[in-house]
Design a binder for this molecule. Structure first.
Ligand SMILES: Nc1ncnc2c1ncn2[C@@H]1O[C@H](COP(=O)(O)OP(=O)(O)O)[C@@H](O)[C@H]1O
Ligand SMILES: [Mg+2]
Length: 141
């Protein structure tokens, strides 16, 4: 997989294949930021990546702000959608999660608080084209 990647995925299966390829190059300490409208497939993508690490219980962290999963890799999964301000993140020690060099961190709706994101990260931007088709862009920053 080479970056920047921009691809139309015409099906969920196709998106899973992209996620499988992406999973292969993820390393502990990496941060992956996902953006795109509701229902575009951010959680779907995180789920599809995590299956590669033997993790099958990925769901949007609605009330907890962050979910933790343990498989072949340790995963933190944030969703900024419901957050009102950055303070809520600081209260739960956001930077301690980010600085955990043993974990891979996923952040849905990261664009809400662009100032607190690490400089080095992957951005996964997803656009809904139609019911089954998505434009997926992955950038390495
Ligand atoms: N090509 C595709 N890639 C990813 N998801 C798709 C695709 N086609 C349809 N979908 C559906 O889109 C929905 C995405 O939902 P979800 O991942 O929860 O979105 P988000 O987290 O961005 O709000 C899922 O129901 C998934 O089955
Ligand atoms: Mg989601």
């Amino acid at each position: 997989m080479e970056f920047p990647l921009k691809e139309i995925s015409g099906s969920k299966e196709n998106t899973k294949k992209i996620a499988d390829e992406f999973a292969k190059l993820l390393k502990p300490g990496d941060v992956v930021c996902l953006n795109g409208d509701l229902g575009s497939g951010k959680t779907f993508f995180v789920k599809a990546v995590c299956v590669n690490f033997g993790i099958n219980e990925v769901n949007s962290p609605t009330f907890a702000i962050v979910n933790e999963y343990f498989g072949k890799k340790k995963i933190y999964h944030f969703d900024f959608y419901r957050l009102k301000n950055e303070e809520e993140l600081m209260e739960i020690g956001f930077y301690e999660y980010l600085n955990d060099t043993e974990a891979i961190t996923f952040i849905e709706w990261s664009d809400k608080f662009p100032d607190i994101l690490p400089q080095h990260r992957f951005d996964v931007n997803i656009k809904t084209k139609n019911e089954n088709s998505r434009e997926i862009e992955i950038i390495r920053l």
